[in-house]
Design a protein around this ligand. Sequence first.
Ligand code: NAD
Ligand code: AKB
Length: 316
Amino acid sequence: MIKEKILVIGASGQIGVELTLALRKIYGNANVVASDLREENDLLKGSGPYVSLDVMNKEMLHVQVIRQNITQIYLLAAILSATGEKNPNLAWNLNMQSLLNVLDIAREEKLTKVYWPSSIAVFGPSSPKKLCPQQTIIEPATVYGISKYAGEFWCNYFHQRYGVDVRSLRYPGLISYKSAPGGGTTDYAVEIFYEAMEEKKYECFLGAGTYLPMMYMPDAIRATIELMEAPQDRISVRHSYNLSSMSFSPAEIATEIKKHIPEFEISYKPDYRQTIADSWPQSIDDSVARNDWGWKHEYDLPKMCGDMLKNLEIQK
Ligand code: NAD
Ligand code: AKB
């Protein structure tokens, strides 16, 4: 049996920190190499190896893969939707070139598996708003969504043409308390908790009724690991799987937070991110993931809110 050695690229980000720690529990600290352009996140320090790495530098990436005997790569480096709209060229270049660099190296070095996340941002205004299916009209309206949709086709291409075992999930907006989110449209659903606890009020950059698909980080990490551990014959989608757990609006999450912090007040001042949010579906049909490899979510809105507030209180 191959001894797996994993490289996580973008390990200091919102998902990277928690995914790296979860992978280290499964594969052993020494077998999961964290890497990022920015400095090592404090939560990772002392828990395993860390290398400073720019995924755009293909030669350096290739050297690290060979030097560290890497067998799997989790590629998390990306520019997210809101930052992407401010700098479309940067978002396109990073999001595309990082994936092509990783897929090329995976093919050349015959890596056992690659993980690369897509997003609900692939869907655009012409996609169904409710229970958006796995396969439907997909016309993304943001550069981030365009890059994710193109990336999905590259994943499928490298699987079909070169046999690279690359797997992918279309994450909804992710909510977490360990590492801050990095420039997305769904970031309000994290900010709101910090402001509710510190200021007892929050001015939301999306309107009260803006429904979006969301997920609590423990569900997202478990989904990622379950997908990666599923036998090959359970994986029918080589573009990217729809994944879902809950949908809510800013007004609904505020009501839920008020149950814990009665003085909390929300106000609304929609900005350019409203247009991005309005182009995405409100809810996602992830029945293909549920049927193929047994995906089941654990957290709904009340359970997620309770757990977030409990953990933020402990962190204070
Ligand atoms: P993040 O912005 O928090 O983290 C990305 C990390 O990549 C950062 O630590 C950044 O320093 C690093 N990075 C940027 N450029 C790099 C480079 N050239 N070389 C190496 N590292 C570099 O993002 P995240 O929220 O953790 O997202 C990870 C992945 O999941 C992305 O592909 C994102 O599109 C996807 N995703 C995230 C969400 C979400 O809600 N967080 C939802 C859907 C999809
Ligand atoms: C974003 O808002 O850009 C991300 C995502 C849904 O991909 N959270």
